[in-house]
Design a protein around this ligand. Sequence first.
Ligand code: KIV
Length: 273
Amino acid sequence: MSTAADERPRRITTHVLQEMKNRGEKIAMLTAYDYSFARIIDRSGIDVLLVGDSASNVMAGYETTVPITLNEMIYYASSVVRAVERALVVVDLPFGSYQGNSKEALNSSIRIMKETGAHAVKLEGGKEIIESVNRILSAGIPVMGHLGLTPQSIHKFGTYVVRAKDDTEAKKLVDDAHLLEEAGCFALVLEKIPATLGAKVSGELKIPVIGIGAGPEVDGQVLVLHDMLGITQDFSPRFLRRYHNLYQEINGAVTQYIDDVKNAEFPNEKEQY
Ligand code: KIV
């Protein structure tokens, strides 16, 4: 008997994502930063795994995504790639590795592709970084764009509030989205923008548009793994749905283990040689 899982493509490519958009099938994307989680998520049937620079927050404990380095991203990405058999793996170019210098952008992307085995890179921004996007694409490296709330620019914006609420910023976002599509990006992430704007961009663009806080009428959704599993506790934007409370589960298990050790209840007679 064949199941839905058997009918899924064996390997997700940028081409498969485009076909999914064409036939109206939603794309499911999550972040991952290590081998063990990536293996579980890939085997669960996720379409895209993003090695996001949110690793800076959830893996390294920094307040923003600004400090994470290219070498650190390469370490996380290679761990994820070793686990993945099916999903498309996209890696964030970290802050400082592509802005304002298209040659450096290309070199950073080549390092990611060669040293991790990932399938694509993601960059934040529109017109300001289009030279870098063009140069990376010219080397045959697939590029995912990222507009709306762009956390690498937090010190410019000063806050993580919803972006593109006014007409001027909304128009720039739409123009940037078209620019990225025309340049040849295979997909676009839209973060924390009004749902109506998400729907408009997704309707106008041919390439898949993946939202995080961009409403339901986009071509797919992405969440940060540690947020949706409830490992992070103090981050609760409206767009976040928590599917589990892993913090509590882990805390419960560890407390139980400590008690068992302290009370000499672990190991028991079956747990020894
Ligand atoms: O770094 C990240 O996790 C991201 C997602 C929020 C899209 O860019």
